[in-house]
Design a protein around this ligand. Structure first.
Ligand code: MN
Length: 735
């Protein structure tokens, strides 16, 4: 590798050893006799095989596997086998070492995990269905040995931490995958600390301006916040100890990503986000006293501060599916500000931070293991050979982030379902046969339809009928992946039967009309009737939607019909599309590797304007669409279709204008609208397309669509609008 750096090899060697020793210290608590030797052997092998490789930053490659192993040990709490695998996770793929070598040196188990890690390394490379297929493979390894995924997460975390030297388009792609899949997966496995860091790091690359803005805001008030926390915590601390509890009470800042989510969800400025931090009370309790101690602490807090009755969450009695246990409450602080308080024991806290691995450590003492059940469910989903990979990915992802509710069977058994689940979901959860024949349910002894949305604590009895079969619209009723995939495969089976029937009818008909029954003619017929596939043709024949006499008509017009099948969008290659749209003329946006001028359209979902950080996305039918990198759809597009993303950059110009939206809120005052429009049209000479205003008891809330040149122009306008008397907030909105 060529590099301009002058490298002090001796100093580097010392640094490598230093990092290795830090890794040993981090893994000390789990080390048993002989483990140190194994780790050393793995380190030596990794060091030797990566010796000529360097990272993009110029650093020796070995820093990376050491760091991944350190994360696995320290932040996830994994043991020796995982540390060995982390050290060796890139050798089979990048060096001459083979799996057989690994098996010979470290045994079958280690070789199997590294095999899993090597197989999923290319997960997101090619087109979307392949990507989804690969993701399924990755989950197969999860069902096989969860450590593969945990080490993969450590690998991803270290790559995200050290992404500064990557080219921008790679940063965008990696950050998108991370926010789309890895962070939800970390969440589902209970790795809260890693999940938060992955989200923050993704945001840092996908939406750098907002990220920096919030970080700066947080920093400005840091001292003030620390003082507030100190005062808030002091009396709690005192009484907790008086009552003989051993506890650590402290304030913990929320992540930038979660603050931003809240701002977006509630449509509020930074200043109005009240929970920039949470108070934690971590109790040192014996296992048998845990629950009583948590409630004792709760009682102390709520004696001091008034709780919000709607905000009590008890995950101590019913832990979340990912193993999370904690008692949450929101109380009114001394300055009239809501403060969230989380109460849990040290054992619960370790599970909250390290998730899965910590869970295993305490397995003996925990009675009901939600994570076991979840992995069992993943296995069931993977075993369904009918499910298509993209559907599967959608369904699976949906289940990663959802909150849970607990439902009782008639006999009092507890069933966990995602929030929003219906009676029909419950039926499928009980048994596929019960789901498929479900016609209604009794919820708390009252009759309800199958679409009834269940509430936490409902007791449900399913009513079935042997005449019932799954229907197409059931897919809109259910939310669980299990119910969805069962319904889909049943519908598919049903359709296949109908199609078989239609095929026979059509065959007979064609024979009587003396038309040869072959693929070519079937395709021509499908095209004639504007149907996407021959299967659809059969189905339509069977259902009588195609009149058999129309086929005669087809015969007559046959010669006029172009003898080719309809052009399917998948058949268009990226290059083909690129060629099609080349040659347009536009001066203001440069697209692609060589920054050419190509035709494009601006995406309606995020309305980019010059100055925004943007990328191009090659669509199937619409040429190149330009999105903002912080567009709500960006992560999904880049993660799933990375190969269709092209670079795009604005070229400075002033002549053209772009549509964007501003939301203006304030205290209504006579003349407020006048003053606002004066700034917009007179002072700034900006054209307005539309203006909608809501006034409600003196509160003004307006949306204005305007044409601006670029972000600079827009920011200037926003600054001046904020100066208008009565205006309290101006924000840009997307669509
Ligand atoms: Mn790696």
């Amino acid at each position: 590798m060529k590099t301009e750096l002058v490298i002090d090899l001796e100093a580097e060697k010392q640094e490598i050893l230093k990092r290795y020793r830090a890794l040993l210290r981090a893994s000390k608590s789990t080390l048993q006799k002989g483990d140190k030797k194994e780790i050393r052997k793995a380190f030596d092998m990794a060091l030797e095989s990566h010796k000529d490789m360097r990272r993009k930053s110029g650093e020796p490659y070995i820093y990376h596997p050491i760091a991944v192993a350190q994360i696995a040990a320290e932040e996830i709490g994994l043991g020796t086998t995982s540390i060995v695998c982390a050290l060796l996770h890139d050798v089979v793929e990048d060096t001459d070492i083979t799996l057989e070598d690994i098996e010979r040196e470290f045994g079958k188990k280690t070789a199997k995990i590294i095999d899993g890690l090597t197989k999923i390394s290319g997960v997101f490379d090619t087109n979307s269905s392949l990507q989804a297929e690969n993701f399924r493979k990755m989950l197969l390894t999860l069902a096989d040995d969860v450590r593969v995924i945990l080490i993969k997460l450590a690998d991803r975390l270290h790559n995200m931490r050290t992404m500064d030297f990557m080219p921008r388009h790679k940063q965008l792609k990696i950050a998108s995958e991370t926010i789309y899949l890895y962070a939800p997966l970390a969440h589902r496995l209970g790795l809260y600390a890693i999940k938060s860091e992955l989200e923050d790091l993704s945001m840092k690359y996908l939406d750098p301006d907002t990220y920096k803005f919030i970080a700066k805001k947080l920093n400005e008030k840091k001292a003030e916040r620390a003082l507030f926390i100190k005062k808030f915590v002091e009396p709690i601390d005192e009484i907790v100890h008086e009552q003989g509890l051993v506890a650590d009470v402290y304030g913990r800042p929320k992540s930038i990503h979660s603050i931003w989510n809240k701002m977006k969800k509630k449509n509020i400025p930074f200043e109005e986000v009240y929970d920039l931090f949470a108070i934690r009370i971590i109790l040192d309790s014996a296992y048998e006293n845990e629950k009583a101690d948590c409630w004792k602490a709760y009682s102390i807090v709520t004696d001091l501060y008034r709780p919000n009755p709607d905000r009590l969450r008890d995950w101590v009695s019913s832990p979340k599916g990912n193993g999370y246990e904690s008692l949450h409450t929101t109380v009114m602080g001394p300055r009239g500000q809501w403060v969230e308080v989380q109460i849990r024991t040290q054992r619960m806290n370790e599970i909250a931070e390290k998730g899965f691995a910590a869970h295993w450590k305490y397995k003996e003492s925990s009675n009901d293991n939600g994570l076991d059940q979840w992995i069992q469910k993943v296995r069931e989903m993977l075993n369904n050979p009918e499910a298509n990979a993209l559907d599967f990915l959608d369904d699976f992802k949906m289940n990663l982030f959802s909150d849970e509710i607990f439902i009782f069977t008639p006999k009092g058994a507890l069933i966990q379902l995602p929030l929003g689940a219906t009676a029909l979901d419950f039926a499928f959860e009980i048994h596929t046969g019960v789901g498929a024949t479900c016609i209604g349910a009794k919820v708390n002894h009252k009759l309800v339809p199958i679409s009834y949305k269940l509430q936490n604590g409902d007791q449900v009895e399913i009513i079935t009928s042997s005449k019932q079969t799954p229907k197409e619209d059931w897919l809109n009723i259910v939310v669980t992946a299990k119910a969805k995939s069962k319904i889909k495969s049943s519908l598919k089976e049903e359709k296949r039967k109908i199609a078989d029937n239609g095929k026979e009818i059509l065959e007979r008909k064609l024979k009587s009309l003396k038309i040869t029954y072959n693929t070519d003619n079937l395709q021509k017929l499908s095209y004639f009737f504007k149907l996407p596939s021959t299967q659809e043709l059969f189905v339509n024949v069977a259902l009588g939607k195609i009149e058999l006499k129309d086929i005669k008509e087809y015969l007559n017009t046959e010669k006029e019909v172009e003898s080719r099948a309809p052009e399917r969008p998948e058949n268009l290659s990226v290059d083909g599309i690129k060629n099609k749209i080349k040659g347009g003329d536009s001066d203001i946006l440069l697209i692609g590797e060589d920054m050419q001028r190509i035709d494009y359209t601006l995406a309606a979902c995020c309305n980019p304007i010059p100055g925004d950080d943007v990328f191009g996305f090659i669509t199937v039918s619409d040429g190149i669409k330009i999105h903002r990198t912080n567009c709500p759809n960006a992560a999904q597009l880049m993660a799933n279709y990375g190969y269709r993303v092209v670079k795009a950059k604005w070229n400075k110009q002033q002549e053209l204008t772009f549509l964007t939206g501003l939301r203006i809120v304030g205290i209504d005052d006579v003349g407020l609208i006048n003053n606002i429009t004066r700034v917009i049209s007179t002072d700034f000479k900006v054209n307005m397309r539309s203006i909608t205003v809501d006034t409600n008891e003196g509160i003004f809330d307006g949306s204005i669509m305007i044409f601006v040149n670029d972000t600079e122009h827009l920011e200037n306008l926003i600054r001046n609008l904020l100066k208008v008397k009565g205006v309290t907030g101006v924000t840009r909105f997307d669509a």
